[in-house]
Design a protein around this ligand. Sequence first.
Ligand SMILES: Nc1nc2c(ncn2[C@@H]2O[C@H](COP(=O)(O)OP(=O)(O)O)[C@@H](O)[C@H]2O)c(=O)[nH]1
Ligand SMILES: [Mg+2]
Length: 310
Amino acid sequence: MSSRYPVWNVPSALLSRDDNDHDHDHDPAPPTDHDNDHDHDHATRTCDDNDHDHDHDHDHATDRDNDNDHNHDHDHDHDHDHDHDHHDHTHTHTETISLEQKVLEKNDLLAERNRQWLAGRGILALNVTSSPGAGKTTLLERTIRELTADRSVAVIEGDQETLLDAERIRAAGARAVQVNTGAGCHLDADMVHRALYALEPESGSLLFIENVGNLVCPAVYDLGQDVNVVALSVTEGEDKPLKYPTMFMKADLVLLTKIDLLVHLDVHLTAIEDAVARVMPNPRMIAVSAREGTGIDKFQAWLTSHQVFA
Ligand SMILES: Nc1nc2c(ncn2[C@@H]2O[C@H](COP(=O)(O)OP(=O)(O)O)[C@@H](O)[C@H]2O)c(=O)[nH]1
Ligand SMILES: [Mg+2]
């Protein structure tokens, strides 16, 4: 497998079968009716070129049948003296939008199936997003270690590369599976579906889905979660909610992390609260320090208030 393809770093101990061939022909994974061999789907994913090369290929095949579709793209002045690939210009704005809609519609369908499967088992799923390094994994480690509720915890770890976060979560005492997205900048519903197959979270458990560190792409990909938690660290400054409003608009909770560092920064808590309140429809923010333990009890109380039972 080429390195640009995603690596499904599923530890064999967590697999319910001996092989890694995910046929999806039995529970516990949510049912889907799509082709489950998705390696090709996730190749060359980037934030701009969202996904699903097979869809592109199909569109290009159609274009080759009717080249006249794109003549207008080549009518521009060619005075410039550098070479470039004219083929790039064949993607019209309209085509890009309709492809994105198709991808998102397919994702939404799979996400809804994940949601129903999780709800049927009384599993509360939380999509945890943030910029890289805001402190998501550290917070989850501390939350797992101090969990007072009588619920088991399972974690899906999303990163472009490495198994590091899943290893940290297991060391903290919870089950974890790592999903490596390769060039991709977010998890999607199919990745979560496949991770659920490997993880087999217990009925009634808490499922944290730590998304790829990024405040943009993960905001538009539904995974089937019940709630969205955004971690925002004080080291990111006061303006991130205003600059990346989509993520905060969809958040059920903002965890303001690393507040032990506030004393070292020229950043004011009230300014962050104000920015969050301006973009979040029902502002709810808990200030935490995973290093010192501040606010972890409040986060636990918030989790308890969101418990769902089968
Ligand atoms: N001072 C301080 N550092 C923290 C805190 N939480 C996380 N960090 C540090 O921030 C860095 C990134 O944390 P990590 O949990 O890996 O972030 P993630 O990328 O969002 O999962 C690490 O060096 C952590 O030790 C905190 O509450 N206080
Ligand atoms: Mg992490």
